[in-house]
Design a binder for this molecule. Structure first.
Ligand SMILES: Cc1ncc(C[n+]2csc(CCOP(=O)(O)OP(=O)(O)O)c2C)c(N)n1
Ligand SMILES: [Mg+2]
Length: 672
């Protein structure tokens, strides 16, 4: 029997006539939505309609009534510009996305924004659009799934056995991020990961062949993928390839290269780069007739509705079977079940701060090292905290002792070796964030935070509960010189909305910073840590200082007479301020602001207690770009910082060269 006949006679056979109709109507929805707002991208939804029909109309496992079902297949549209593909199929599949939502495509405050946003639309797993990110997210989800399977499945009850399916395009494949992420996926043998590559040889400006020449099949074969090449317009071929990929547990991730015709259904532009965006919209009225669609816009036939309703019921039946299995797993594994439930709710122990032992008050310790100690203390009480590094565990100090390394023989390993792949690290950590359950982090030098900035930005936009550890935080790095000395990075991270940036001033503030990162479940945190040793500040009780970090700012040294001058300091400059204060008068207050974002969220009366508006004589000191500090300093104060590149030399000398030392601070204050 041929594969074709096989599929047709299978009990679970593809209903080709119906799915052909569904593909046609999905094309119609995309055409009408894009034409209505005269913006958006028609090429992918039209070219991939058959792929959508097979995945959403047949193959994927999910339950629209429990869209966050733990054991659902995750579908990631990495080519996020094709958002109408996702919206059309989510709508048809019965997710909470109405026809009106489709009609509101790209309108203000709609559930159907220009590119998919996970926090706006039920069923959208990842925020995508910046090409390559979804590929990295999918790799992260596949790793998370492997980890979750190893942790929670038992020999008797396999509660997790889903796939990660990612539809990506030429743009995703061209972005370096996909090379980084897929090389790691191959090395990690993520056989639960299926990429479907919409290979249409067209990008935005031109034919893809104008800019790409490589043999993608061979490239992925070299990464260790199983590669199939198919006609993406044939539902038989799509399903056969998908099932082969899904069922083949050969320790390889899968790539299905689906040859498609971009813009299929609008012959005036199909197959050309003009099909990519909305250029085909002006032909829609004529071409929807050619397709056999009725006059009625946003048309969905009764037959298609009924089919998807029936499919939904089948899916719910499968879901109920799983629920039975899950209930029995819960009964048999109550401790595991509690761990899973807590982690799904992102629960954090109430007294997490107290779990981190106090540091000896007379030690000098780099905040990166203190961070490692804080992380390890936290990891002991939060078993699902995961810590990775881009080949710098030895320097970033974020290795979880006795946590194991995530690898083929240790899927529960809590340390991830990303290799020198910062961008992929960012996107993979985000993939963990989207997956849920785990609290993942990635680490590198602060100066290389630029390499993963696009992923950090998306973590912030998508409110992911992840964190990033950036060590070697200023020109204090010293001899490695300006290439390795961050200057503008701290401020530029602070510019990302919804990202908390914490630069602790000593080991105790670092303890507070890590707790802040884990207690924050509605967005990411960047922890900025020093390479060089820093003294512990002993002015006020430890508990108050740690709590102060959670508030973003606190008084690290109170004036002992009438308040004259406020010194604001962060990170390694806090102790500089302390030393300066000893030589200045009693009217000096030192305010530590490890996190401006947290401080800005405090009630006005707290802010006024820390920085009384009446005290205009203020000086800030931070070994980095100055501009943002004027907000706290005002026009009458002075900002000490660095607005140029650093220098190679011993760290203390470089800092002194830029005026980041006690003497200069005292001078500035005296001048004030
Ligand atoms: C990082 C990034 N760079 C540029 C863009 C703008 N952009 C959106 S789609 C696209 C072309 C993508 O080509 P392809 O993936 O082949 O999509 P197709 O035209 O086949 O739909 C570009 C350049 C983007 N979204 N993200
Ligand atoms: Mg393309």
């Amino acid at each position: 029997m041929t594969t074709k006949e096989n599929l047709q006679t299978n009990k679970n056979q593809l209903n080709i006539p119906l799915l052909t109709e569904a593909a046609k109507e999905a094309r119609g929805l995309a055409m009408d939505a894009v034409a209505a707002c005269n913006s958006g991208h028609l090429g992918l939804p039209l070219g991939c309609a058959e792929i959508g029909a097979v995945l959403f109309g047949h193959a994927l496992k999910f339950n629209p009534e429990d869209p966050k079902w733990l054991n659902r297949d995750r579908f990631v549209l990495s080519a996020g510009h094709g958002s109408m593909f996702l919206y059309a199929w989510l709508h048809l599949s019965g997710f909470d996305l109405t026809l009106q939502d489709i009609k509101d495509f790209r309108k203000l405050h709609s559930k159907t924004p220009g590119h998919p946003e996970s926090i706006e639309t039920v069923g959208v797993e990842c925020t995508t659009g910046p090409l390559g990110q979804g590929v990295g997210n999918a790799v992260g989800m596949a790793m998370a799934a492997k980890m979750a399977e190893a942790r929670f499945n038992t020999s008797k009850e396999k509660i997790l056995d889903h796939a990660i399916v990612c539809l990506c395009g030429d743009g995703d494949m061209q972005e370096g991020l996909s090379s980084e992420a897929c090389a790691l996926a191959g090395r990690q043998e993520l056989d639960n990961l299926i990429f479907i590559y919409d290979s249409n040889n067209v990008t935005l400006d031109a034919a893809a062949s104008k800019t790409q020449f490589e043999n993608t099949a061979e490239r992925f074969d070299a990464y260790g993928f199983d590669v199939q090449t198919i006609d993406g317009q044939s539902m038989h071929e799509v399903l056969t390839a998908y099932e082969t990929a899904r069922n083949n547990k050969n320790d390889k991730p899968k790539l299905i290269i689906a040859k498609t015709l971009i813009g299929k259904g609008i012959p005036e532009v199909a197959g050309t780069h003009k099909a990519h965006g909305e250029a085909g919209a002006k032909f829609v009225d004529k071409d929807r007739k050619l397709l056999g669609l009725p006059e009625e816009k946003f048309y969905v036939s009764k037959e298609v509705r009924n089919y998807f309703e029936q499919k939904k019921q089948e899916r719910i039946t499968a879901y109920k079977d799983w629920e039975k299995l899950f209930r029995s797993w819960k009964t048999n594994n109550s401790a595991l079940a509690k761990e899973l439930q807590d982690s799904l709710e992102l629960k954090v122990p109430n007294d997490l701060l107290a779990k981190i032992p106090e540091f000896h008050k007379d030690t000098k310790i780099a905040t990166r090292t203190a961070g490692g100690k804080a992380l390890n203390a936290i990891a002991q009480v939060m078993p699902l905290v995961i810590s990775g590094s881009a080949d710098l565990h030895g320097s970033t100090k974020n290795y979880i002792e006795n946590g194991g390394d995530f690898d083929l023989d240790c899927r529960t390993g809590r340390n991830i070796y990303f290799g020198i792949r910062e961008h992929a690290m960012g996107a993979i950590v985000n993939g963990f964030g989207y997956y849920g359950i785990f609290r993942a982090s990635g680490a590198t030098f602060l100066t290389f935070s630029d390499y993963l900035r696009p992923a950090i930005r998306l973590a912030a936009l998508s409110e992911l509960p992840v964190f990033f550890i950036f060590t070697h935080d200023s020109v204090g790095v010293g001899e490695d010189g300006p290439t390795h000395q961050p200057v503008e990075q701290i401020s530029s991270l602070r510019l990302i909305p919804q990202l908390d940036v914490i630069r602790p001033g000593d080991a105790e503030e670092t303890a507070g910073a890590f707790v802040a990162a884990l207690e924050r479940i509605d967005g990411p945190t960047a922890l900025i840590l020093s390479r060089q040793d820093l003294p512990i500040i002993n002015e006020i009780p430890v508990e108050e200082r740690r709590q102060g970090v959670l508030k973003g700012a606190y008084i690290a040294k109170k004036e002992t007479s009438a308040l004259e001058i406020i010194i604001i300091a962060t990170g390694s400059e806090l102790h500089v301020a302390m030393e300066a204060a000893k030589e200045l008068g009693s009217g000096i207050r030192i305010v530590s602001i490890p996190c401006t974002e947290r401080f800005d969220r405090q009630p006005q009366n707290y802010k006024d207690t820390i920085l009384p508006p009446s005290c205009k004589k203020r000086v800030s000191i931070e070994a980095g770009s100055t501009a943002l500090w004027y907000h706290y300093i005002g026009s009458e104060g002075k900002v000490i910082g660095i607005d140029g590149f650093g220098l190679s030399g011993p760290g203390d000398q470089v800092l002194a060269e830029f005026g980041i030392n006690k003497n200069h601070l005292i001078q500035v204050i005296k001048d004030l």
